[in-house]
Design a protein around this ligand. Sequence first.
Ligand code: BG6
Length: 484
Amino acid sequence: MVSRVIPVDSFDLVIFGGTGDLARRKILPGLFRRFLSGQMQEGSRIIGAARSELDAAGYRKMIAEAVAEFGGEEAKNKKGLAAFLDHLDYVAIDAKGDGGWDKLAQLVRQDVIQAFYFSVAPSLFGELAQRLHANNIANAKSRIVVEKPFGRDLETARALNETLAEHFTERQIYRIDHYLGKETVQNLMAVRFGNVLFEPLWNNHYVDHIQITVAETVSVEGRGAYYDKSGAMRDMVQNHLMQLLCLIAMEPPSQFGADAVRDEKLKVIRALQDIDHHHIVRGQYDAGPDGPSYRDDAENPRSFTESFIAMRCHIANWRWAGVPFYLRTGKRMKARSSEITVVFKDLGHTIFEGDEARHRNILSIRLQPNEGMDLQVTIKEPGPGGMRLIDVPLDMTFAEALGDEEHEVTDAYERLIMDVIRGNQTLFMRGDEVEAAWAWTDPLIEGWEARNDVPKLYDPGSAGPEDAMMLMHRDGRRWRDIKG
Ligand code: BG6
């Protein structure tokens, strides 16, 4: 099998914040790889726009360095890099004033696809949107791309949506949650809706519970100022984990189209029940032999912000009534590992005796690293000694199963930017989804703020605070081991 690359139509992509961290680490290296693969056509251009007084040559030099640093193996292709850089231009622009807008208006063409990537603070979204119109740069077909944090609660998210809606329609707005661009996250939909095996079992008759773990080993060092105002709930749960939850729990959409999929995800978010605070565990990493504590990293000795959170949720609908969904995510944990695990119920009746009866089917979907799935099934232990049962994994690591070298690994950002150009919104969050997610998380956050809840300390390199283990033990269940 060889991956098929279909070129996208010619485009002008303007990146506001084009000299920023995200542009240098992800957006430009990603576009470079798409260029090398032949997906970006010769007529396409990328225009960096930022405050720095650079010219096009200075910008190309900056991006050449960024691609060399973050572009992986492909960055060694010097000829390819030189050809890619020819597609870059730069405008020094003042988001809050008039400087640079004339030049941008001259550069951006009206007869190709236009996309404007707002890789800047959300407080600038309104100004940028307004000036794009006032200077006759954007048109009714332009697309704008925005990143999280999309608000810090329902009120701010709503205000942002309203600001954008003054200038662009929902069909023009692409809200990125980079988890939706991950290969295996999309695979969740393929696995659920492309196989006859799983769907009949995907409900409260057969599923005991579902676990979603996104564990990271990194600390918040270097981004403490942002992180300390958000914490794991706003930074990871409100967006990435809830999106995973939606894809696992949603009803089959009638077709794989942007609104059909997003309608179903929205229904899941709206069906989430409030959580009693006994079913939420917040944690903060302590100092360890190889690093300072969260409070030192965040430079806030009194911080009550959580770097870890675990919770038990319920979805109030026919499919999932009574099935707990356990979510957890944290920094400085024992391994980098993101996994969704579906634990099926015990057999209704077993013909085997004693311990032999206690075997369960478990489906686990690994998002990273070693993307793949395994299904734990029960078999007879080979050899003599009577009927002894053991659990074995039917393991499928996608890279092994599909032949790594023939399948390009596409980074989430590359895929999502190409989807913007293609005009496909399936993997982007709709405004109402974002608002519904905040509407669910807001009362939980307000609850622990009102109680002055103090996060539990946990050792770096662990699986989080002891209370997170208890959250499941109390229910007679346990978390899957976190393995990198
Ligand atoms: C970002 C969060 O959205 O996702 C970070 O702000 C987090 O705190 C990151 O580290 C995790 O992304 P990934 O792709 O490395 O799992």
